[in-house]
Ligand binder design. Structure first.
Ligand SMILES: [Zn+2]
Length: 342
């Protein structure tokens, strides 16, 4: 009995020591010069820093979130969740699955080519170049405008690629960029902890933190895909180099979760420097958190790393041969190398 007590005391002391070391490491801001030097010398580091500034807090916007909840059909969503089997613990998982379904089936539309403004069909639309946004389009955070010419009636139709999620709430169409952008705001509107996932080879998707599963879960709203991180490299045969998560509390290299084969060279930055840059940004994002919050998040990071080390044979989970992505036309998927063929 006395021995047990002594052991418990020692264990507690070790844990307290470990906790304080983890927190101290996070509070240490002495490595700013290395970070600045990397920003000066490495373009990829600058790109990541720019994306972090743009994305990490972007969706923590009460006005945007309220707009989403005012626009969507909450009755349908909640009654569909209630009709699924489960308990309180997995409620959020079921809600996320319903949001994926609702978003893809009832709300948002995929758009390779917009409908012709004159004859209403997208059948005969041909890509006819890129244009600058008008001043009206530019109000809604519009990067470029794609121009399409109708082969039947000759009309030109503009397809502005909006980034403003409130504008997307109105237009309800786009490709993976628009889909992911608005869907992440959907998740945030329901108070679901989630983050933006960026792949260097031109795809984006989301993840949410499942308290039930105690891990980050892959979500691709274009594919109505829940927890299938293997679909890109295995099913689509997509070749990728870097996959990075941007969230409110951190920026993380999550390539190991997604790049299970077909890895492209990771030659943009030295691996050690990459890890340093992401850690540095993450430290700053957590600057205002309490010690306890910093510690809990660090434990979660550690768990995520362990998940990758211990994961064995993700491929066995796929259960099927490559079949390509669902969203987009056959030609478009082929041009992106995402049609499942080598
Ligand atoms: Zn037409």
């Amino acid at each position: 009995m006395a021995e047990d007590l002594r052991f418990t005391t020692i264990a507690k002391k070790f844990l307290a020591l470990y906790r304080s070391r983890v927190v101290t490491k996070f509070r240490d801001a002495s490595d700013g010069s290395r970070f600045q030097a990397l920003l000066r010398s490495n373009q990829f580091a600058r790109q990541l820093q720019g994306m972090a500034q743009n994305l990490c807090h972007r969706y923590e916007n009460d006005m945007w979130q309220a707009h989403v909840l005012d626009t969507i059909d909450l009755d349908t969503i909640y009654s569909n969740v209630d009709s699924t089997e489960g308990n309180e613990d997995d409620y959020t998982d079921r809600l996320v699955k319903e949001l994926l379904r609702y978003f893809k089936n009832d709300f948002f539309k995929w758009c390779d080519k917009p409908e012709c403004i004159t004859c209403g069909s997208s059948q005969d639309q041909c890509h006819a170049g890129i244009s600058q946004p008008t001043s009206e389009e530019a109000q809604y955070d519009c990067g470029t405008v794609e121009i399409f010419k109708c082969q039947k009636c000759g009309s030109l139709t503009r397809f502005p690629r909006y980034n403003d999620p409130l504008k997307l709430l109105e237009t309800r169409k786009g490709r993976c960029g628009e889909w992911c952008n608005l869907f992440l705001l959907f998740l945030k509107s329901f108070g679901i902890e989630s983050r933006y996932i960026w792949n260097r080879e031109d795809h984006v998707w989301c993840e949410f933190y499942s308290k039930n599963l105690k891990r980050w879960v892959h979500l691709d709203c274009c594919e109505q895909s829940f927890d299938q991180p293997y679909i890109y490299s295995i099913n689509w045969n997509k070749k990728m180099s870097y996959v990075v998560a941007f969230g409110r509390d951190g920026v993380v290299d999550v390539s190991k979760r997604y790049i299970l084969k077909n890895e492209l060279p990771r030659d943009q930055i030295n691996e050690d420097d990459l890890q340093f840059v992401l850690n540095f940004i993450t430290k700053h994002l957590r600057f205002k958190l309490t010690d306890e919050e910093v510690y809990q998040l660090a434990c979660r990071d550690e768990q995520e790393r362990l998940e990758w080390i211990s994961s064995t044979g993700q491929e066995t989970k796929t259960g099927s041969s490559p079949h390509g992505r669902e969203s987009g036309s056959t030609a478009w998927k082929k041009s992106r190398g995402e049609d499942g063929n080598t």
